[in-house]
Design a protein around this ligand. Sequence first.
Ligand code: PHB
Length: 390
Amino acid sequence: MKTQIGIIGGGPSGLLLSQLLHKQGIDSVVLEKHSRAYVLGRIRAGVLEHGFADLMREAGVGARMDAEGEVHTGFDIAYDGMRHHVDLKGLTGGNSVIVYGQADLTRDLYDAREKTGGAVIHGVENVQPCDLTSDNPFITFEKDGEKQRLDCDYIIGADGFHGVSRKAIPRDKIKEFERVYPFGWLGVLSETKPVSPELIYAKHERGFALCSLRSQMLSRYYIQVPLSKTVQDWSDDAFWAELKKRLPEDVSSQLETGPSIEKSIAPLRSFVAEPMRYGNMFLAGDAAHIVPPTGARGLNSAASDIYYLYHAMLDHYKKGDDAGLENYSQKALARVWKGQRFSWWMTMLLHNFPETSGFDRKLQQTDLDYLFSSDSAMKSLAENYVGLPF
Ligand code: PHB
C-alpha cells in the first residue's frame, strides 16, 4: 500500500489532518488500533478555542459544531463563597470558545472521511514506523492477522501518549519534560440540566471542583480527589455530596443530581517531548505533550500542531517549500509550551496541594486576589483561555 502521508492514530488530530489534506488533494491513510465505537466512547474535553473551530470549518466539518455547539463568552471562578466572572469576550476584544464534546467532533470527522472515501483502517495491530531517517519511510502493521506495509513520504505520529510513534525515536534523540500532580480528577457525566449555562471553576479548601456541560441536558462535573482512592470508592451519592460542599451556596442549592452515565478518575500530568520531529516522522497531540485538564488546553494544543503540520504540508506539496516542515517542531513547541504554562498555572491556582507549605498557600491566595483585582491579569487569563494566535 502507498500513500503520501501515513497517519498513526485515528483520534481527532489524525482525522482532522487527514480531512484537511484531502480537501487539498493530498492523500493519506489513517491507522487506528481501536474500533470506531471505542474511539467515540472516550469521554474527553469539550472546550474548543476559536482558532480550532475555524480549522474545523476549513476542513468542511464545522456545520454540526456550529449548529449544536454552544458559544461561551465567559465562565466563572468561585472562591471564598464568591463567583468572579471572566468575561472572555470583553477581555479579548470579541473572542469566545465553543463547548462541543470531543466525541461529537470526532464523529463528525469520521463521517466526513467516510463520505469522501477516506482510508481509515481500524483494528490494526503491531504498528511500527520504520526507516524514519530515510526518504522512503514506511509503516508495518497487522490487520486480521495479515502483515501489511504502508509506504509514504511522511509519517505523522498522532497515536497518543501511550502510542508507538514517540517510542520509535531513539532515546538519545528525544528529551522528555514532566510534572506529575499529587491528585486526580473524578469526572461524572449525567443526564441532568447543567447547574449553570457557563462553566464554573471552583477553588475550595476541600479541593477543586468544576461544573461543565455537553449540552443543556448533559452535565459534566469534576472534583479533585486523592489518587489513593479508585472510582469504585465513589458512589454517585458520595460524588454529589462532595461536589455540593465545594460549590458556593447559590450554586449547590440549584444542583440537579442524577445517576452517572460515565464516571472515571484521571491523573493530572504535564509532559512535553522535544523535538516533535525525527527524520520524516512528525509527532502531534498527546503523542508529544500532555496537559492537566484545568485550562482546557489538551485537544486545543493538539489542534495547533495540526494547524502547523497542515500548512507545512501544503507548502511542501504545492510550492516545493520545506521551511514549514523544517520549522515545525520549533514552531509547534513554542505554542505547546505556552499551553503548558497556562495549564500548570491554572492547576496551581485552583487545587489544594496536600504537602504545601504556609508560604506557598499564601502565594496561591495572593495570586487569586491579584487576578480578581487586576484587569491586566484577567486579560491574560482570558487571552490564554480563548487560545493564543497560531
Ligand atoms: C469538560 O467539559 O470536560 C472540561 C471543561 C473544561 C476543562 C476541563 C474539562 O477545563
